[in-house]
Design a protein around this ligand. Structure first.
Ligand code: NAD
Ligand code: 13P
Length: 413
């Protein structure tokens, strides 16, 4: 019988960490997975500094990042000083990396996913399943999509989500933590299964029951995915298998069904983390930061209920790692928080701090603040979310941090 081949699409700070986790697990579970895990790397040239442990005076020019990862089992740029498993293979070709993989893990800054998905159309196994680790939302005019559903619809596969209180460097160093996976594929219409098996074909085409409003109705839309059944010679892809793929002694996994709640928590907390950084950078201390987090959590829940109400569960925000716990860790040591804080302290823009301090890593909060704002503007709802509005207005120079108490007065006073 077949085994699942796993590919991680992305190799940044979190991409490399998740790739490490799944490669450790595929090695330990040969009954379910092929041992080798492919990791797509956005190729770049790296010149190692003289004090690098890998510096070689006979080869001191630029080298490909993929070559360095495969030779030294370390992502020297995005996850330095962490040893990656030797069964993790860095691959500069995304088409080659996903070939014949039945499990695709999407893990890259959300601003780059559209182009990658375009490249993947028609190149993946039609019955593959995805997990999106991306924290952000996709906004077009007055529509908003979760990356899980947007990737799924674009590639014609089902895609779940993984999100939690997960600062990558801590997890890469194997410090204890937890996460949330949401996986809730729609039921298949068995009536559609019967006629579509051709002799020798290992897959059966199954379609989603069209009236499956409960599963797919986000902003009133019904999914366009024509879900293909997994061939019967593969191990089933259920909650237990995803838990086996991601759970480590240092990375505990809870699997739930609320894909919208899990995805929105990870996206919206980045806006709140910027606000927390602003007030902390202004020197207002922990009480102000906690006030911003409280109001931020309320707006996250309100947003989920208002726009994803048919599927979202308030408990996902208040009880799971992907909700309140991610908000707390992100407002303590996350990059959005740290960069916003430094920006206020130095009197420069958040983008300037991102460019000077993150060595190529990307913030998600600045673009998410903009995307959520344009969605709320198009829906005529922007004033119902004063914290989200305050963040974009501060980023765009229309307000300053000193305006925050007034801007939030409705929620506070
Ligand atoms: P990152 O911030 O380290 O970003 C750098 C990555 O972007 C590198 O792999 C780089 O090669 C790639 N890149 C740069 N330019 C590109 C281009 N033009 N096209 C394609 N790729 C390009 O990335 P990350 O930390 O792995 O974040 C991925 C996702 O994971 C984000 O949505 C983030 O919110 C989420 N996340 C991050 C963390 C964390 O602590 N880093 C934790 C949880 C979730
Ligand atoms: P930052 O992208 O702000 O570092 O947040 C990391 C994160 O998502 C922690 O869960």
């Amino acid at each position: 019988s077949k085994k699942h081949k796993v590919t991680v699409v992305g190799s940044g700070n979190w991409g490399s960490t998740i790739a490490k986790i799944v490669a450790e697990n595929t090695k330990e579970h040969p009954e379910l997975f092929e041992e080798k895990v492919q990791m797509w790397v956005y190729e770049e040239d790296i010149t190692l500094p003289k004090d690098s442990k890998y510096y070689d005076s006979s080869n001191d020019g630029p080298q490909k990042l993929t070559t360095l990862i495969n030779k030294h089992h370390e992502n020297v740029k995005y996850l330095p000083n962490i040893t990656l498993p030797s069964n993790l293979i860095a691959n500069p070709s995304v088409e080659d990396a996903v070939a014949n993989s039945s499990i695709l893990i999407f893990n890259l800054p959300h601003q780059f996913i559209a182009r990658i998905c375009k490249q993947l159309e028609g190149k993946i196994l039609p019955f593959a399943r995805g997990i999106s680790c991306i924290k952000g939302v996709e906004v077009t005019s007055s529509e908003i999509s979760l990356f899980s559903e947007w990737i799924g619809e674009g590639l014609g596969i089902y895609c779940g989500a993984l999100s939690g209180a997960n600062i990558a460097n801590e997890i890469a160093a194997e410090k204890w933590s937890e996460t949330t996976i949401a996986y809730d594929p729609p039921p298949v219409d068995s009536r559609a299964a019967t006629p579509t098996v051709s002799p020798g074909a290992s897959q059966i085409n199954l379609t989603i029951t069209p009236a499956d409003e409960e599963h797919r109705d986000v902003l009133g839309r019904v999914s366009k995915i024509k879900l293909k059944a997994l061939p019967s010679d593969y191990p089933p892809l259920d909650h237990a298998v995803f838990k086996t793929l991601f759970h480590r002694p240092y990375f505990h996994v809870r699997v739930v069904s609320d894909v919208a709640g899990v995805s929105l928590g990870g996206a919206l907390k980045n806006i709140v983390a910027l606000a927390a950084g602003f007030v902390d950078g202004r020197g207002w201390g922990d009480n102000a930061k906690a006030a911003v987090m409280r109001v931020g959590l309320l707006e996250m829940v309100q947003f989920g209920k208002e726009f994803f109400g048919k599927t979202v569960n308030t408990g996902t925000f208040t009880e799971e790692s992907c909700g309140v716990a991610d908000l707390i860790t992100s407002c303590s040591g996350g990059r959005n928080f740290r960069c916003a804080k430094m920006a206020v302290e130095r009197g420069v823009s958040v983008e300037e701090v991102e460019a000077s301090e993150l060595n190529g890593q990307k913030l998600q909060g600045t673009s998410t603040a903009k995307e959520v704002n344009s969605f709320l503007l198009a829906r005529g709802k922007v004033d119902d979310y004063p914290l989200f509005k305050a963040v974009i207005d501060i980023l765009e120079g229309k307000n300053t941090v000193d305006d925050i108490p007034d801007l939030l007065s409705r929620q506070i006073d």
